[in-house]
Design a protein around this ligand. Sequence first.
Ligand code: NAP
Length: 506
Amino acid sequence: MSLTGSTVAEDLASLERCRGSVELAELRADFLAPGEIGAAARLPALAGMPVILAVRRARDGGRFAAGEAERVRLLRRLAAGGFAWVDMEDDLEISAAGIGAPPATGVIRSFHDTRGVPQDLEGRLRGLARRPGELPKAAVTVNGCAELLELLRAAERTRDLPKILVGMGEAGFATRVLAARIGSSLCYASPADGPAAAPGHVDPRVLAGLYRFKSIGASTAVFGVAGNPVGHSLSPVIHNRGFAALGIDAVYVPFRVDELAPFLEAARLLGVRGLSITVPHKEAVLGHLASFDPVVARLGACNTMVAAPGALPRSAMQTNAAPVGWHGTNTDAEGFLAALRPVLPELSGKRAVVIGAGGAARAIVHGLAESGCDVLVANRTPGRARELAERFAARWAPLDPAAIEADRPSLIVQATSAGMASGGVAAATAGAPEDPLPGYRFRGDEVVFDVVYSPRVTPFLARATAAGCTAVPGLRMLIEQARGQFRLFAGREYPRELAEELAATL
Ligand code: NAP
């Protein structure tokens, strides 16, 4: 865990808060206030665990802005304090003894590239150590999946080399959680209640608690969600909590995916066995599937991929590398129906209005039509409503409150992004009204389902509840579609009690 307080007291306090989750601390002396340097030399004696000393330069992503002579002076002042390791860059021609460190202090010989993954990462890693016993470290910004793939290939080619390898930034996040899988001796983390030492750092309590970092090894099955953006996805919480509850040796990681082809090759190298696919890749991913369920063809979209066993040469990176041959399916429609069932168990012959004509609406119209509902699709852009309705033998209308009232639906499904909290996927629609059907007068006996899950209660759903309707929030569908994925990933049922707990607390 990186200590990024401005005082030693702050560092010790944050170490205390995270103590159960970390095994090694890194004093980032470049974050310390000038008056704290004297006290910092005593930190190893107070930390109760091994401590790395680092004074990171601004050009390497740190805060130390004075010159090299000053930095070496600072290292010398601190090094006598009994640090387990001192982190020195590859261009610093100096040994541990040269800065006055005790013989027991090891050297991490590092290089940082905040611009991207350098071309010859393998060569750089192999050339880093200045003296026997030095531990090479590369921390490089990962700008996208092509670079993630480069980093993983370098990791695979340097499996024989003890090292620290870190992919910085959101696209490199998996290299942190899966440090053990890529052959990195360490994963750096920063507490969420202080400044992050580098982009992409996760709180050590999240790493240890949610991702069960300490138990990730060669036999751990890796799953994940591929999307962009993906940082706010709730899927890692849903799936990792499920794996933990059932004692399954598996981890679920968010992957920010800009390009599918290099990502899927990276996923193969990591041995990823299953993926949730989300915006904007649900359609484009069809071109990468070896096989798919009929529902994928019907919807033209895939939200779940499972690696089919067998075919490709295994990666040398771990023993259970995922083979080629992704099988695609889609759990959105079944997730929607499962979320609806407790309040509306019988759909056959019921009248339903679906507002929206995007991807979510398509899965919902499919689910409702298959269940024997009489569906009316209403959308802001009427042409899209018509297109969707014709595909599933449904009726369509413009987004007109009077027309919908006249249809007297038993079920209204709000399947647009209206009402979604800003910062979410649909923030681009900012400025649009939050309620997609402000003039609609609820009778009070309708079931009203809103697919939006952030916020939990949208203005539309709040209005429906106030009118006496039975309301179903989008979080229910999110959890149920994830439970369908979990069944495919884990081969087991997602615990019902945990699903209820998440529906109440997420
Ligand atoms: P999409 O394909 O981009 O479609 C967006 C739909 O929303 C279009 O029909 C669009 O109408 C309509 N729309 C957007 N803003 C509107 C407004 N202010 N008033 C009226 N209509 C508006 O998006 P999507 O993938 O279907 O996702 C829609 C929402 O469902 C998102 O909030 C997403 O997070 C949520 N979702 C939830 C779950 C779940 O499990 N709960 C699953 C999937 C999706 P036009 O055609 O006129 O542009």
